[in-house]
Design a protein around this ligand. Structure first.
Ligand SMILES: C[S@@+](CC[C@H](N)C(=O)[O-])C[C@H]1O[C@@H](n2cnc3c(N)ncnc32)[C@H](O)[C@@H]1O
Length: 266
């Protein structure tokens, strides 16, 4: 992986996707609308009973943590993020500032450790996954969900492919993201010794006015100044892509949300 040195250095928190960006809360809401139903269905099949301790790592704007505290009223739900500004007013959850790349939890602290759309963006993803597996109690679950942009690379449309390649390149250069890592998630969990590993992959499209389409458009719009600044796309590329997306004759697979889960051995 190559990274571009900027004044602040590469990384999520100094990037165009960081929480201090004016459009970030609205963009995170589009992500939640696209993926919360998938994440909730994954939790529903885990058979959580008693008073589970649940960690949502890199919880963002917190809609999933809020749902967890309502769905499992006896649970203790801890929501962490490196920037907790959007988590402050959510009732029923514990909020903690925590850098997943450097901060730890004691071994066997939680019945479920969950992270969505986080590890793909952190260069220490493999090491974080290893540590996060140790935070799960025997019999508990590690649930990792991440976005893969592989479908956008498979498109037959040359403009969409150009925009997709530019977006993946920007994410890699400016943040250190690996937007294909999600495709190997289940194997990564097996490598950590987890059992009963399962996986679900849900496709998101563009050009169909779906929630995934809105998330894709919000993220591309937020990335636009950086794409132009680095010369990865021109304004006419972006304008043509906006027209293509609005064309009723166009729709294409853009991404998958890969959800993978595995159980800590007793
Ligand atoms: C794409 S958002 C996903 C938010 C949430 N998990 C969701 O799916 O709705 C990524 C989140 O990770 C947080 N983040 C970035 N780097 C982090 C780190 N090193 N440790 C913890 N959180 C981090 C960001 O602040 C942001 O809220």
């Amino acid at each position: 992986m190559t990274t571009t040195d900027t004044a602040e250095g590469p990384g999520y928190t100094s990037s165009y996707l960081a929480d201090q960006h004016a459009g970030q809360l609205a963009r995170l809401r589009t992500l939640e609308r696209a993926f919360d139903g998938v994440s909730q269905a994954v939790f529903e099949q885990l058979d959580l009973s008693g008073k589970p301790a649940i960690l949502d790592l890199g919880a963002g704007a917190g809609s999933l943590a809020a749902w967890l505290s309502t769905r499992y009223p006896d649970a203790t739900v801890t929501a962490t993020d490196i920037d907790t500004r959007f988590l402050a007013d959510i009732p029923g959850i514990r909020v903690m500032t925590h850098n997943a790349s450097t901060d730890d939890f004691p071994a066997a602290s939680f019945d479920v450790v969950h992270a969505r759309a986080l590890l793909c963006h952190l260069t220490e993803r493999e090491e974080i996954l290893t540590r996060a597996a140790t935070w799960v109690r025997p019999g508990g679950w590690l649930v990792i969900e991440d976005v893969s942009l592989q479908p956008s690379l498979n498109t037959a449309n040359p403009l969409f492919r150009k925009v997709a390649e530019a977006g993946i390149s920007l994410l890699e250069q400016s943040i250190g993201s690996d937007m294909l890592w999600a495709d190997t998630l289940a194997d990564r969990l097996r490598e950590r010794g987890l059992s009963n590993v399962g996986q679900r992959t849900v496709e998101g499209r563009i050009g169909d006015n779906s929630a995934a389409d809105t998330f894709w458009a919000a993220t591309t719009a937020q990335a636009a100044p950086a794409l132009l600044k680095l010369g990865l796309l021109t304004q006419s590329d972006l304008d043509a892509m906006a027209n293509l997306r609005a064309d009723p004759g166009f729709s294409d697979a853009a991404l998958t949300l890969v959800s993978a889960w595995g159980q800590a051995r007793g």
